[in-house]
Ligand binder design. Structure first.
Ligand SMILES: [Ca+2]
Ligand SMILES: [Ca+2]
Length: 798
């Protein structure tokens, strides 16, 4: 190659002046390094002066230029492109490190390597080819000690890392045959000097068919243009060219970047933007290795795992919804390779609809254990399997493991959340490794004893816990759709269980339960909660079905019951936050509860809330609930008329239900019909009048520890003659002369006439009319006759 003749036709033509150009050429036997300093200029008239320093390496060489000191006048542009701003105007240095040809005019056409002034020296430069030129310009007067540096002619063979690809100064094909031990160095052009701009270099690694390629970047320094590397980057592809799957895009500073091909080839693309930014990054240096002894990936692929591209043997296993599978150590069932680290990331589902956890149990396990004299020291000092129950890959906290396994012990673990991670590290000793079975289970986040089959069934047994909480799946997050859950509360024989709801929001498709009395049953069609009283022999009785905002009232399991059961049904449509409740197992009360009673062989009676009309109060301190149970039984051939004369409980059936206090009325105790669940205020003009369908009716009034208090209720019940099934027959003649026939037609005991209580039902005062204290009662049929005549007379007058 001809030496560069280094005359520069500068844009600003220097004035005629003493020559200040310098040329440093590598010659056989000549000096291979040296130093250079700024010229001594006497420039009294501030003429423009330009000095060109040329460094020219010999064949097979490159030039390295290092600046030791730098103190040019002016200030460099701050963070902007060099030369764009009117800075570095009067004095500056231009660097050209990609001088390709020895033609005199070539320097101007060479890529511009940057303009520098101020106090910060340019970074080290290594020539792309054989020459580096620096051009110093000044129109200041006396100048001295402006810059100082050293140069070195270095061997260029380090940069020739494979078979060059025509048309590119920095692209190579690398095969195992061309390197000693199938390993070699990978180095970017001009490393560790600042890399040129507008460059595209490729490195194609082509191994033998049974080999994989490993790349280890030991130094990596590219301009950082943002998280996705929009400017300068290195892209690594898992295959022979850039149409192969991308392993990653890298820029900025990288540490411990080690990448493996999945198969026999790997492709690296180093690209720098054709901009003139003032970045001066080094590029990269690393080593590559072709080998047959990297982990074979079959142990991942054959077991539903996904190899994490770029890693030697890391894998990811994703749930297929409650799916199950196997994880293996590399090479299983054959002994694993020494000194290998493989990671396992096992991910359960986690979205609006699903939440899973991972259960893992080992079927076989063998990682040789090193016996230590000091028993306190961990035995897993050679190989180990570390398990992270919370996943760990994001926190990168690999030292904070939950289990460290070695030897032959097996373990059963459950993740704490949807992710479980494992790190297998084989040491010097070889072992057979492990085989584990993973199962993705739905995570309900419900306290209680979960069913072993993983379904949403939870049991609460008095003997293990006397009080606690329960909630819908994943509360306070929305419950999942298309789910059925059950909560079973089992009391001891001398106990009962109480449940109080504190939050309730179940998706209902329209405005249900708006009418008092209809609340609690048969009105929820989308999602719902049901409560049952559980008796022996699986004989469950429905207490009610609830949805919307209508919370169930507090409930105590009745005496004789085994406990209570709650079920939650959700359909495939929309969801809500669900419910939260508390349960209490307490000593059983009598049938009547804390108040209440049992009535039979009586014509009529009055039921009031405790303390009526002064108002009921919350249960005593420390008590979960208070209940009054009344059972009324009519004689054979009779039914019960139940009239709510006055009713005022806290709560609002339509908008929040009766979570604090509730009255339940069973008009048909012998059927599976749930009771009516009542709270709120009965307007005086409204009639709440019920007739039992059989001989017996039941009323229970339950308050809870959330009760605030209200006036309460007064209910009049009366036996009415009716032997037929279904609704009472009215308007018939009463069977017996000992009966009084109400205006509405009901036949009630004659003794109830004029007793001061209205027994004929709402809006019918007939049993309490014409009650002259001295007059004897007319027989019923005569009374009816009199009333009819009176009505006729009145009509005539109108
Ligand atoms: Ca739904
Ligand atoms: Ca009466």
């Amino acid at each position: 190659m001809q030496p560069v003749v280094a005359y520069l036709e500068a844009p600003v033509r220097p004035t005629k002046s003493p020559k200040c150009d310098q040329t440093f050429v590598s010659r056989i036997g000549g000096p291979q390094n040296g130093s250079f300093t700024a010229p001594l200029l006497h420039n009294h008239r501030n003429h423009s002066r330009q000095c060109l320093y040329t460094f020219l390496a010999g064949p097979g060489q490159r030039v390295e230029v290092v600046f030791k000191s730098f103190n040019l006048r002016g200030s460099p542009p701050d963070g902007s492109a060099v030369g764009e701003l009117p800075s570095c105007v009067h004095e500056y240095m231009d660097i050209y490190s990609e001088v390709q040809s020895s033609e005199p005019a070539e320097l101007i056409n060479s890529p511009f390597g940057g303009r520098y002034c101020g106090a910060i020296p340019p970074r080290r430069r290594i020539s792309m080819y054989r020459a580096v030129a620096i051009s110093f310009f000044s129109n200041k007067n006396v100048s001295t000690d402006l810059f100082e540096g050293t140069f070195r002619f270095i061997n260029a063979s380090e940069y020739e890392i494979g078979i060059p690809i025509a048309g590119s100064p920095c692209s190579y094909t690398i095969t195992p045959s061309m390197s000693i031990n199938k390993t070699g160095a990978l180095i970017s052009p001009t490393y560790p000097g600042a890399y040129p701009k507008d460059m595209s270099c490729t490195y194609q690694f082509l191994g033998e068919s049974n080999q994989r390629v490993r790349l280890e970047f030991r130094d990596f320094d590219l301009f950082f243009g943002g998280p996705h590397c929009p400017f300068d980057y290195v892209k690594v592809y898992d295959g022979p060219d850039n149409s192969s799957a991308l392993i990653g895009t890298y820029c900025g500073q990288q540490r411990n970047l080690v990448l493996y091909s999945s198969e026999s080839s790997l492709f690296v693309h180093f690209y720098t933007l054709p901009r003139t930014a003032n970045s001066q990054n080094r590029g990269f240096k690393g080593i590559y290795e072709f080998s047959e002894s990297f982990v074979k990936l079959d142990f991942i692929r054959e077991n539903d795992g996904i190899h994490i591209r770029g890693s030697e043997c890391d894998q990811k296993i994703l749930s297929n919804k409650e799916s199950t599978g196997v994880v293996l150590s590399p090479n299983y069932p054959y002994p694993y390779i020494q000194k290998t680290v493989c990671r396992y990331f096992i991910y359960g589902m986690q979205d609006a609809q699903h939440l899973e956890r991972v259960r893992l149990e080992f079927i076989s396990f063998n990682i040789p254990k090193v016996e230590h004299k000091d028993k306190s020291e961990s035995n897993c000092t050679d190989g180990y399997l570390k398990i992270y129950l919370k996943g760990q890959e994001t926190a990168d906290a690999y030292d904070k493991f939950d289990y460290e396994l070695c030897g032959n012990e097996t373990q059963r673990v459950i993740s704490d959340g949807p992710r479980l991670a494992m790190v297998f590290s084989s040491g010097e000793l070889q072992g057979r490794g492990f085989k584990g079975k993973y199962t993705f289970e739905t995570e309900y986040k419900i306290p209680g004893t979960a069913a072993p089959d993983g379904t949403c069934s939870f049991t609460y047994v008095s003997s293990s816990k006397k009080r606690g909480e329960l909630n819908s799946p994943r509360y306070p997050s929305n419950y999942p759709s298309d789910t059925n859950c059950s909560y079973l509360f089992l009391a001891e024989p001398n106990e009962q269980v109480t449940i109080v709801f504190d939050h309730f929001k179940i998706k209902a498709d329209n405005n249900v339960n708006a009418t008092a009395g209809s609340y609690g049953s048969g009105a929820c069609f989308e999602d719902w909660l049901e409560m049952y009283v559980v008796y022996r022999d699986n004989n469950d009785r429905l207490l009610g079905r609830y949805c919307g905002l209508t919370a169930p009232g507090p409930v105590e399991s009745p005496r004789g019951a085994v406990g209570l059961r709650i079920t939650l049904h959700t359909d495939q449509e929309s969801v809500a936050s669900g419910f939260k409740a508390r349960y209490f197992f307490e000593s059983a009360k009598s049938d009547a509860g804390d108040c209440g009673g049992n009535f039979s062989n009586e014509d009529s009676g009055i039921i009031t809330s405790p303390n009526y009309p002064a108002g009921y109060k919350a249960p005593g301190r420390g008590m979960a609930s208070n209940a009054c149970n009344w059972v009324m039984t009519a004689r054979a051939g009779y039914k019960l008329s139940i009239n709510f004369e006055q009713f005022g409980l806290e709560g609002d059936p339509a908008n929040r239900g009766c979570p604090a206090a509730v009255l339940r009325l069973w008009v048909n105790v012998d059927s599976d019909q749930p009771p009516l669940e009542l709270c709120g205020e009965k307007p005086p003009i409204e009639h709440w009048h019920y007739i039992s369908t059989g001989q017996t009716a039941r009323i229970s009034f339950t308050t809870s520890d959330k009760t605030v208090g209200a006036q309460g209720f007064r209910i009049v019940w009366t036996e009415i003659q009716d032997s037929g099934p279904g609704p009472p027959s009215i308007g018939l003649l009463c069977e017996s002369t000992y009966h009084f026939q109400c205006a509405a037609g009901y036949c009630i005991s004659d003794k109830l006439r004029c007793d001061g209580v209205k027994n004929c039902g709402p809006g019918d005062d007939s049993d309490e009319l014409h009650c002259d204290a001295n007059s004897t009662h007319l027989p019923t049929f005569l009374q009816t006759l009199v009333l009819s005549i009176m009505a006729l007379v009145l009509n005539t007058y109108n």
